[in-house]
Ligand binder design. Structure first.
Ligand code: SR1
Ligand code: MG
Length: 416
């Protein structure tokens, strides 16, 4: 049995010491280097790697690990925003659960230490964070296939369709995640529609924030989506599946960071991916050097959105046909209705996520790092226009093509 340790945030030396003590990773005499590389909103992330006479480059080191430690507060705001350390347990258990279904699509977990609220996992420093890759207009030909597989398997096999209903309820209990869900409930489904001090809206578009707070029709749709987020324990979600939660190469995809995992509506995860791809599509006004490059990359990203939904749907249907555990789910017409509802939810949540990334607390680098203020303002207004459109149309959507058309019109219209 391991001796229990009192929680403290690690420093670089602690991380090296901890890494040395993990059996079977580093030899006792290895020269280790450690960097704190966390650039997210919540945690400390240490990369520890062995250096040799041939290389000091972490990506080339054959032995390297990541130590991810939860802080007892939200790093993005500071100690005034306390946050549960239990999210480290949720994250490690979610990674393990996903690893059983799609081992090639998540990092390996080596160790979880509840006292220090940390998870030790595979280092992916030879991968790129997808958001950064898209800002450089990289091509990821296998991404749609990979993420469709991730979504279809993790969502299907954690739901009442693919899991015995008693086991599923025990899982719901294990993944109760009230504090992280509260962040989502506030930041996505509340703050953008009111004068919240959490909001972070550029002065140039304050008129848009005011319009959001006055738009009763939009707020009604957001409320319905919020209600589902609060009440529908449909499947075990990743819970924060944006392009900063994905490590990628042209050949391989790894989904990281499921600390927001909980049982919620499937469309919330699918919508997160769609929203972030659309935000990058809009931001190409800046990232693409010329008109033709921009046109091509935008078409590429929107095709990716289409492929993700279509491949998700076909995989999900096939899992249903071959592995469904609920006899009643074979009722005529139920599969079609179920998938239409998941599509509609995905579109609604995509819209909500686009809006929150423009006026809410946490933004996206794709748009925020646009240096030309006029271009940035145009991108923000376009994102809000499309985001609102997706929210408003979500309950009528019948096909992913309607989403692509809405994006094309939004980009052409606002920027004409
Ligand atoms: C206070 S945390 C802000 C945001 O960062 C995470 O990545 C989630 O998206 C959360 O809403
Ligand atoms: Mg995260």
């Amino acid at each position: 049995m391991t001796k229990s340790t009192v929680y403290r945030p690690l420093c670089i030396e602690d991380a090296v010491q901890l890494a040395r003590n993990i059996e079977g990773v580093f030899s006792p005499t290895a020269s280790l280097r450690c960097e704190e590389i966390g650039d997210g909103n919540l945690n400390l992330v240490f990369r520890v790697y062995e250096i040799s006479k041939d290389t000091t480059d972490s990506a080339l080191s054959p032995r390297r690990i990541i130590i991810k430690q939860a802080l007892p507060y939200a790093k993005v705001v500071g100690e005034s925003w306390p946050l549960t350390l239990d999210r480290a347990r949720i994250e490690s258990q979610a990674l393990i659960a996903q690893g059983q279904l799609v081992p090639h699509l998540v990092p390996k977990v080596y160790l979880y230490n509840p006292d220090l609220a940390l998870t030790v996992m595979e280092d992916l420093s030879d991968y790129t964070i997808m958001r950064a890759g898209l800002m450089q207009r990289n091509l990821y030909p296998l991404f749609a296939e990979h993420i469709a597989e991730f979504l279809a398997k993790t969502l299907f096999f954690s739901s009442d369709l693919g899991l015995n209903q008693q086991d599923k309820k025990r899982n719901v209990e294990r993944f109760i995640n009230p504090e992280l869900c509260k962040i989502t409930e506030d930041l996505i489904f509340d703050d953008p529609y009111t004068a919240s001090p959490n909001n972070n809206c550029d002065a140039a578009i304050e008129d848009e924030l005011k319009k959001l707070s006055q738009d009763r029709g939009l707020q009604f749709e957001v409320m319905l989506l919020r209600e589902k987020f609060l009440t529908q324990a449909q499947a075990l979600l990743h819970g924060d599946l944006h392009t900063g939660s994905i490590f990628i190469t042209p050949e391989s995809t790894k989904v990281i960071d499921p600390e927001f995992a909980y049982y919620g509506p499937m469309g919330f995860d699918i919508g997160a991916i769609i929203a972030n791809l659309i935000l990058n599509t809009i931001s190409q006004e800046h990232w693409s050097a010329d008109e033709e490059t921009r046109r091509q990359y935008r078409a590429y990203l929107l095709q990716m959105v289409r492929d993700i939904w279509n491949q998700f749907e076909s995989r999900f249907r096939s899992l249903w046909d071959n592995h469904v555990v609920d006899r009643m789910a074979q009722t005529d017409g139920y599969q079609d209705t179920y998938l239409t509802r998941v599509l509609q939810d995905s579109v609604g949540y995509a819209g909500c996520k686009m809006i929150r990334r423009i006026v809410g607390l946490a933004h996206v680098a794709d748009i925020d790092s646009i240096s030309d203020l006029h271009v940035r303002e145009r991108a923000q207004r376009t994102a809000l226009f499309i985001g609102k459109r997706l929210v408003n149309m979500n309950r009528r959507i019948q096909s992913i093509d309607e989403v692509i058309t809405a994006c094309e019109h939004g980009i052409a219209g606002v920027q004409a």
